[in-house]
Design a protein around this ligand. Structure first.
Ligand SMILES: CC(C)=CCC/C(C)=C/CC/C(C)=C/COP(=O)(O)OP(=O)(O)O
Length: 284
């Protein structure tokens, strides 16, 4: 049966898995117990599935028009209707699991998901295309801290880093699709700026996110400051992220493609691991 593999490939599986792992890592950092960690991971995973599936269902006609080989709907492996139904079911599951974690978590996850769905349905075609990424990923660290029994928003530093990462993900993700998007009338902010400028924006954003986390978790007296001993760990993470960003910039100037997107995702993972290993609470 090929429906399930097609459905999985239609969900944007790479970003879905990476964002879920990031949520769980931040949840560990925020001190969640096993039950809350499982609920956080499940809610974020279902939410990401709903965002990925709704994106492909909404884009189905455009993807078919340009013969997107990476899109199961455009390849005729699954119908847009089936993927749309899966998106709705996943959204209901995400909201149900979020409700168990409490009203604050539910409210913030609703805003993050509404922002992501608004990108799929409308904003991706406009100059404000980066805004939903900044909003959803800016709220993302707070999902981990609001899942606690004593819910708290994330620190300003963690939220700023999340927003920067979101912007970086957007600017790198569209790079390989610029020609296809131009053919179907999609003109988001990266399309207006062009591939090289977009790649530069992506890596400047990811580096700024790394610096925000490092400063926020090390500077004495800042809301996210941890014990002095964490400084070397945080600094090492920052150096790794900056090295990945530099490699990405070199690659982007030569050929801004999907490898650039993967390097940004790698940098995002290093940041999250850096937080968890350092034991820095991202709660305000
Ligand atoms: C925390 C949280 C809810 C975060 C999600 C934020 C967000 C805006 C996600 C959108 C992800 C997505 C499906 C991008 C594909 O865009 P595309 O259509 O430009 O690319 P494609 O043509 O390759 O599918």
């Amino acid at each position: 049966m090929s429906t399930l593999p097609a459905l999985w490939r239609s969900s944007h599986p790479g970003p879905t898995v990476v964002v879920t792992v990031l949520a769980v890592v931040l949840g560990v950092s925020a001190g969640l117990d096993a039950a809350r960690l499982a609920l956080l991971g499940g809610a974020v995973f279902a939410g990401q599935l709903s965002v990925g599936w709704s994106n492909d269902a909404i884009d189905a006609r455009r993807d078919a028009a340009v013969g997107r080989a990476d899109k199961p709907i455009a390849r005729g492996e699954i119908s847009a209707r089936a993927v749309g139904v899966a998106a709705s079911v996943a959204l209901v599951v995400a909201l149900g699991m979020s409700a168990v974690l409490g009203p604050a978590f539910l409210g913030v996850h609703v805003v993050a998901l509404a922002s992501a769905w608004s990108y799929n349905a409308w904003l991706k075609r406009t100059a404000a295309s980066a805004l939903p990424f900044a909003i959803s990923f800016g709220l993302f660290p707070s999902l981990a801290t609001l899942a606690r029994a004593d819910p708290l928003p994330a620190t300003l530093w963690a939220s700023a880093a999340g927003a920067m990462l979101g912007v970086a993900v957007h600017f790198s993700n569209v790079l390989p699709d610029l020609d296809d998007d131009a053919a179907t009338g999609i003109r988001g902010l990266p399309h207006r700026l062009g591939p090289r400028t977009s790649a530069v924006v992506a890596f400047v954003a990811v580096a700024a996110g790394a610096i925000a986390v490092a400063v926020g978790s090390v500077v004495p007296g800042s809301a996210g400051a941890g014990p002095a001993g964490i400084a070397p760990v945080v600094t090492a993470g920052l150096v790794i992220v900056l090295a990945i960003a530099t490699a990405g910039l070199v690659r982007a100037v030569r050929r801004p493609d999907r490898t650039v997107f993967r390097l940004v995702m790698l940098a995002a993972l290093v940041l999250a691991v850096q937080l968890a290993v350092a034991g820095v609470s991202v709660a305000a």
